[in-house]
Design a protein. Structure first.
Length: 386
């Protein structure tokens, strides 16, 4: 149950009192009682695939809630910041349940009292499929600088620090992948801006959760020339180490790549995001056509970044170019890649990732790779123009 040890970035309007809270299995359901330090606006909903109870609050520091032991039908709990000003608690369930009771009582204490009871799959699917508020989880376009006129001005790079908020990603020795990648993204942004040829947009610049779909929406809103997602995962098996760059492909280049792609989508699900909406058949065909044109640009981007990192004599994975079905790379017309800066499961990589001087060398190499790619890409696109 990866709950935060501290509520970084939260204003902590309220705090959970774990000693006066409880998760209790009864003979015919589950009772969740959460005692808070004060009343807050809140909402509750159910999501499917897997079945989950989602509680959004404005805003609760969930530190200490890990003392609530998991009991069936609860399988896992995740909590943390979800979007600016809001926190989220997600309870994964072992099957379909309905909300028999959901209320907040105030007085001598503030308590959220939720009662779940088993239900049939059809009834649960109907409840879970209710549409969310249209603005929930979408990027605020006014926070983005206006894009330059097409064909003029700087090259727009969207940097995507993986995970964040409710989803810390991999963790080691008290350091999360989310925090480490946010630090590196800020450093890479500064390196790109100092070069003078780039405009940089971040999918997140604080410790908040951003759904995968929203990350690609931000890139589209910014009219990105390039989308680069940054990660430092941990592998349960094997001894992977060194920087690796991934591009999108229907078939993963190996089992580890497939596992990483599946984990990234799984993190979105456990954070309470509904991934059930699928592109219709016609849209999928059109996007596949667009990706056919973009795929060579992705490949050239990956080769340029790998070449620059190697030229800087920075340790890379023994197979530095790989591919997989990463949802965050599925923008059909924006060149996209995912850079595993290193693996937190590797002690050597962890030491490198924790070293500001090493990260500065890597950032400089990535900038050189993007510079080389952007020059070649503009030349080739100009030659191909009618």
């Amino acid at each position: 149950m990866p709950l935060p040890a501290a509520a970084e970035g939260l204003s902590a309007l309220a705090r959970v009192d774990p000693m006066r809270s409880a998760l209790v299995a009864t003979g015919d359901g589950l009772d969740l009682k959460l005692t808070l330090s004060q009343p807050v606006p809140w909402r509750v909903r159910m999501l499917d695939g897997p079945p989950r109870l989602v509680i959004d609050t404005r805003e609760v520091d969930w530190a200490g809630a890990q003392v609530l032991a998991m009991v069936r039908p609860a399988l896992a709990m995740r909590a943390g910041s979800f979007r600016p000003g809001w926190s989220r608690l997600v309870l994964e369930l072992d099957g379909p349940h309905r909300l028999a009771r959901a209320e907040m009582t105030t007085g001598s204490a503030t308590r959220i009292d939720i009662r779940l009871e088993p239900t049939d799959a059809a009834s649960f699917a109907t409840e879970a499929s209710r549409p969310d508020l249209p603005e929930w989880g979408l990027p605020d376009a006014v926070q983005l600088e206006p894009p330059p006129v097409a064909g003029a001005g700087p090259i727009t790079v969207v940097l995507d620090p993986g995970h964040g908020g409710i989803d810390p990603g991999a963790e080691r020795d008290g350091i999360s992948e989310a925090a480490l990648m946010l630090t590196f993204a800020r450093e890479l942004k500064e390196a790109l801006l100092r070069d003078g040829r780039f405009r940089v947009v971040m999918t997140r610049d604080e410790d908040v959760f951003v759904p995968l779909e929203t990350r690609t929406s931000i890139a589209r809103e910014a009219e990105a020339d390039l989308f680069l997602s940054l990660h430092a995962d941990a592998l349960a098996e094997g001894d992977a180490q060194g920087a690796t760059i991934y591009t999108l492909a229907p078939e993963a280049s190996d089992a580890a790549s497939a596992a990483l792609a599946e984990r990234h989508d799984r993190d979105d699900l456990l954070a309470g995001v509904d991934l059930s909406n699928q592109d219709d058949q016609v849209a999928e065909v059109l996007m596949d056509m667009a990706r056919t044109e973009t795929r060579p640009r992705n490949d050239r981007l990956a080769e340029a970044v790998v070449g620059a990192i190697r030229a800087a004599e920075i340790r890379m994975h023994r197979h530095p170019r790989q591919s997989g079905g990463f949802s965050v790379l599925k923008s059909p017309d924006i060149p996209s890649a995912l850079l595993e800066v290193g693996f937190l499961s590797s002690e050597r990589d962890f030491k490198r990732l924790s070293d500001p001087a090493w990260r500065a060398r890597l950032a400089a190499a990535v900038v050189q790779g993007i510079v080389a790619w952007s020059g070649e890409d503009r030349t080739l696109r100009a030659l191909a123009a009618p």
